[in-house]
Write a protein that binds this ligand. Structure first.
Ligand code: A4P
Ligand code: MG
Length: 269
């Protein structure tokens, strides 16, 4: 049996009824036991087009005898049964079921990435997850879910941009200054092993707090040191991401600092 954690989201139709129905469908499946389920929380959309309806989000802790790929296929089947249609990435949806953690497995296949690559810096994922599974450990980062959530409040309001190419760092830093009004500035001490001076650019958030030595978000761009644990919330952008990379990075920043997300939108108007 594996203990796994899923995230549930809905922003179309009768949202809480759909989330309830997803839990009922999971409970009725052979080899699947719903151990605990969070409350449904109303959240503002992150990362999609502007003027999306609000989401209800939640999390559930599951025990299952199914393998990870098989369990993910079941989640997709339940999404479709409950009316999910896929038109665009991060588009509106009756139901989104994401596999956050599958025991302490680390999986990187074309269809499935576990831990879910965006779970470590999203309030709408971590808040319900901590309600039901605070001590579960993110196997790549090595932190509990509770610590990850606390860090979204208590970490330093800055972004560490780690990339081997100085040009890539410079271009991305310029885009983030322009879009979000970030300025240059690092925590007074930063661990050289995790954020090497030779490959890290630091950007701070206006009016943020820098009492921690640990940034709220690290972005690893084409980075060969990707597997090292200990950085805390991290977005990895592999070389293959191409044009999607900016969108992914902007959405991550808006997830960590919602007030900057709306500022980014205003600047685009
Ligand atoms: N996939 C890979 N790994 C996983 C995994 N661990 N769990 C693949 C689930 N799916 C995984 O997913 C896209 C592809 O990811 C699939 O082919 C699947 O095999 P999708 O469900 O078809 O599309 P999506 O949900 O639009 O994309 P994605 O990347 O899963 O989006 P996210 O990151 O889940 O973000 N704001 C609020 N407030 N609340 C939300 O729930 N959700 C999103 C979606 C954006 N903003 C949100 C919310
Ligand atoms: Mg999804």
């Amino acid at each position: 049996m594996a203990a796994c954690l899923i995230a549930l989201g809905s922003n179309l139709g009768d949202r809480t009824a759909t989330l309830d129905a997803a839990i009922a469908a999971l409970s009725a499946t052979a080899g699947v036991q719903v151990v605990r389920c969070s409350a449904w929380q109303l959240t503002l959309p992150v990362g999609g087009r502007r003027a999306q309806p609000e989401f209800f989000n939640g999390a559930a802790l599951i025990e299952t005898s199914r393998g990870a790929a098989d369990f993910h296929a079941l989640l997709q089947q339940i999404e479709v049964q409950l009316g999910r249609q896929r038109h665009e990435r991060w588009g509106d949806r009756t139901l989104d079921l994401d596999l956050l953690l599958y025991g302490d497995a680390v999986i990187d296949s074309p269809a499935l990435t576990v831990p879910h690559p965006r779970m470590s810096f999203r309030h709408f994922v971590l808040e319900p997850a901590v309600q039901i599974a605070a001590p579960m450990v993110h196997p790549e980062i090595g932190w509990t879910l509770e610590r990850l959530l606390e860090h979204l409040d208590g970490g330093a309001d800055c972004v560490a941009l780690v990339a081997p190419s100085a040009t890539a760092r410079r271009e991305l830093a310029a885009a983030l200054r322009e879009r979000f009004g970030l300025t240059e500035g690092a925590p007074s001490i930063a661990d050289e092993r995790l954020w090497p001076t030779s490959s890290t650019a630091w950007l701070t958030v206006p009016d943020g707090q820098m009492s921690s030595e640990h940034p709220k978000l690290t972005i690893l761009l084409d980075s060969p040191t990707a597997s090292e644990a200990g950085r805390g919330p991290t977005l990895q952008i592999p070389p293959t991401k191409g044009d999607n990379a900016d969108r992914e990075i902007f959405a991550a920043i808006a997830a960590v600092w919602p007030r900057l997300g709306s500022r980014g939108d205003q600047r685009l108007q």
